[in-house]
Design a protein around this ligand. Structure first.
Ligand code: BJW
Ligand code: ZN
Length: 248
């Protein structure tokens, strides 16, 4: 349920803002049918994301990790952007200095038409060489669903291919991270649909606040960021964002 007052207050802030940055997480894609990572529905088989999204897990059991990604690719392929993606895309078109930073690998922000999207954790539709070999491009697009064979391979050296996403313990792309920190220097920073548990993405909320931004959270639940932000709006991103948009 959303309370009217904070939504109106945020809309008023946005009307006067030059730079606005929105950090999104899995909750923004939930209404599209993409499962979130944590919480009761976040488990895949009996595994937690921290047990699957690591280079160690892939080295040990590539088939298990690829099964998880193949399952997610099939789900995501059947999904469409929702109202949250659409509003954020419209903002990015209307305001050249408003930015969306996403942790999501599902491409739904891009499919909604978001401009200048900053993607911190890569794309589930891209692969890279696990070796890695010198001949393969750093990443390549592969949208096959389902795979013709269970384990996709590098077209250049025949080593296993891996999803071109960022796993725990791996560095984020330095250029993307720099762009995210630059975007954190804004007037209003909104964290939507993220548990704010995974760093360095979660640290952007504090970074924005430290640089003087008015910080806002939009989430169905209380998170580790709720107490630290200026306004925590409890509600669904696909409802709250259109409510705000209607007031702009
Ligand atoms: C709704 C809703 C609706 C539902 N509307 N809301 C500092 C402190 C502590 C630890 C660290 C630290 N710095 C680094 C670390 C280690 C680690 C880390 O953060 N660990 C924590 C778990 C403690 N971080 C890393 O390892 C990162 N790398 C790194 O730091 O490298 C440093 C390095 C430098 C040099 C050399 C080597 C290394 C990498 C992190 C990569 C995370 N990767 C994953 C998988 C990506 C690929 C894939 O998708 O498979 O990213 S893990 C997973 O979590 C995924 C997500 O992007 C990420 C965040 O999850 P998100 O989006 O918040 O989803 P949920 O499910 O957690 O939450 C959903 C929320 O939505 C909930 O709150 C719901 O209530 C809400 N919701 N419906 C609104 N309709
Ligand atoms: Zn290769």
């Amino acid at each position: 349920m959303t309370t009217d007052h904070p939504v109106r207050a945020l809309a008023a802030r946005l009307r006067g803002a030059r730079r606005v940055t929105v950090l999104t997480g899995a909750g923004v894609s939930a209404a599209s049918g993409v499962p979130t990572f944590r919480g009761p529905n976040g488990l895949w088989r009996r595994y937690r994301v921290e047990e699957l999204a690591t280079p160690q897990a892939f080295a040990r059991e590539p088939r298990l990790v690829w099964d998880w990604y193949a399952w997610r690719r099939e789900q995501i392929a059947a999904c469409r952007p929702n109202r949250a993606h659409e509003v954020l895309a419209a903002w990015s078109v209307r305001h050249a200095a408003w930015r969306v930073i996403t942790q999501n690998v599902d491409d739904l922000h891009l499919r909604a038409g978001t401009r200048e999207l900053i993607r911190l954790h890569g794309s589930i539709w891209e692969m890279s060489c696990w070796a890695p070999c010198d001949r393969a491009p750093r990443r390549w697009r592969d949208e096959r669903v389902p795979f013709p064979e269970p384990l996709p391979r590098c077209p250049h050296c025949a080593a296993l291919a891996r999803p071109a996403v960022v796993w725990f313990g791996e560095p984020l792309n330095a250029r993307d991270l720099r762009a995210a920190h630059e975007a954190a220097a804004c007037d209003v920073f909104i964290a939507a649909g993220t548990s704010a548990l995974v760093y360095p993405a979660a640290g952007l909320i504090d970074a924005a606040r430290a640089r003087g931004a008015f910080t806002v959270e939009i989430n169905l639940e209380t998170t580790s960021a709720s107490a630290a932000v200026d306004v925590a709006i409890q509600g669904a991103a696909e409802e709250v964002l259109p409510e705000i948009e209607a007031l702009l």
